[in-house]
Design a protein around this ligand. Sequence first.
Ligand SMILES: Cc1cc2nc3c(=O)[nH]c(=O)nc-3n(C[C@H](O)[C@H](O)[C@H](O)COP(=O)(O)OP(=O)(O)OC[C@H]3O[C@@H](n4cnc5c(N)ncnc54)[C@H](O)[C@@H]3O)c2cc1C
Length: 488
Amino acid sequence: MNAPVHNHPAATQALIAKLGPEKVRTDEATCFAASFDNMRLSFMPEAVIRPGVEDDIGIILKLANEHRVPVTVRGRGTGNTGASSPIKGGWVIHLDHWDKIEIDPISAMATVQPGAITAKINDLAAPFGLFFPPDPSSLKYCSIGGNIATNAGGLRAAKYGVVRDHVYALEGFLPTGEKVRWAAPLRKFVSGINIRDLWIGSEGTLGIITKAVLKLVNKPLARRTFLLACRTDEGALDAAAELMGLRINPSVFEFLDTQTVEAAEKMRAKRVFSTEELKGNPATHAILLIEIDGHPAALAEDAAKVREWIGRHAVAFRETEIEIEAEALWDIRRTCSQAMYSLGNAKLNEDIVVPFKSYVALIRYTREVRDRTGLATPTFGHAADGNFHVHIMYNRDDAEHCRRAEKAIYEVMQKVVELGGAITGEHGIGIAKSPFLSLQHTPAEIKAMRAIKLALDPNGILAPGQIFEPLNVWDYRPVKVTLAWDKH
Ligand SMILES: Cc1cc2nc3c(=O)[nH]c(=O)nc-3n(C[C@H](O)[C@H](O)[C@H](O)COP(=O)(O)OP(=O)(O)OC[C@H]3O[C@@H](n4cnc5c(N)ncnc54)[C@H](O)[C@@H]3O)c2cc1C
């Protein structure tokens, strides 16, 4: 935990006087809980504010500008990049209690407050035959405000798109404290410059979202799940590219490399595929998990194409359209993240993207890094859109491990950009990836981003230090805490 810099006691007192002590907390326990996200680097704020009404946000921001107090917005703190950590101290605005959700089944829209938990939107939309497709693995814990601010993706992004594809309108406050509305609850809106889309994915640096109108889509009537084993990583990735060429449009298409499968199988009571199924060769194998969904008639046609394709590429496979059996097929994907801790007590979890033509080059590079550094590099991810989670497993208490991991991750990022890819596809930059921003973007591009930030936030009070100031995260030690999602 890094001590707070109490530079703004007069401003905090003025805020308490305006909003009341029940909305502005300065006790250590509250401040600590709001000082880190899933990255677990703690930076203590001076106060945590839970606004009562929307106008409170205008009051907070106006005072913050007057006294130059840093302000960071917090959803539910599941972010992986430290983006909701108040790295310059100041105030945290915590919006987890603003969680109303209203479904309009006729226009297929949901009007939500930012603290609403993503999974709950689906719970309420389901009775109308609707759903909100973006499904980050954290959907039972994260907020829609955080999803919009990071332009979150998920398992079904390849077919249904990411959060940006499902936002009609946003309401909120500029960093200077004025209330704004970007677009409206309409299917079409092209009036003026589209700042709604600038806010999406801006990681809480350009404004505070207080309401969003989301696009819902029809829930598919049926789904079919396939799980298959391929002999090698390269074999699985070549097969993945071929499947995409068959125009099947899978709603889920996950790849687990041989390192990931090996770690996950060790943790499971029973192997997914038996030695007999693997044709007497229980050696390492990669796994592909596929789901197709839609109308049952169309599904039958696509399923036939998938089976033919499986025949050309898999050593073993399973298939089901029964919900409970599908859950069993998902089990290895759900457990693989935790299973990796058998390979090191800490992990770097990246969310890079590469084009189809570079899949094999990427996976070969991760193995090259493993062989060179002695650190495991299990990789899994979304084979339909090239968004892979490359991990580097290391021992946090071993200085040599940390040195190797730090160097290796920089090299992985360089390689990703060289392969025509992106350093992040869903988690964002925050502080975690700030040292890599200049690998991805030219000075002119970064200057343009900074100019937009300056135009909307002239005093630089909102999320200062995020994205643009490279921070060496290795100078800080993560706090040891158990978070709600750790066992899931
Ligand atoms: C187990 C696990 C699995 C995950 N899987 C995925 C995944 O599959 N896909 C994916 O994309 N991410 C994933 N994540 C990362 C994380 O869940 C997402 O980034 C999520 O969108 C963050 O939501 P949150 O409410 O926790 O936001 P926070 O972590 O609190 O904040 C994230 C960012 O949003 C900003 N923000 C929050 N609320 C507002 C607001 N009202 N107005 C303006 N800015 C705001 C914050 O300032 C910060 O910059 C995963 C995380 C975990 C722990």
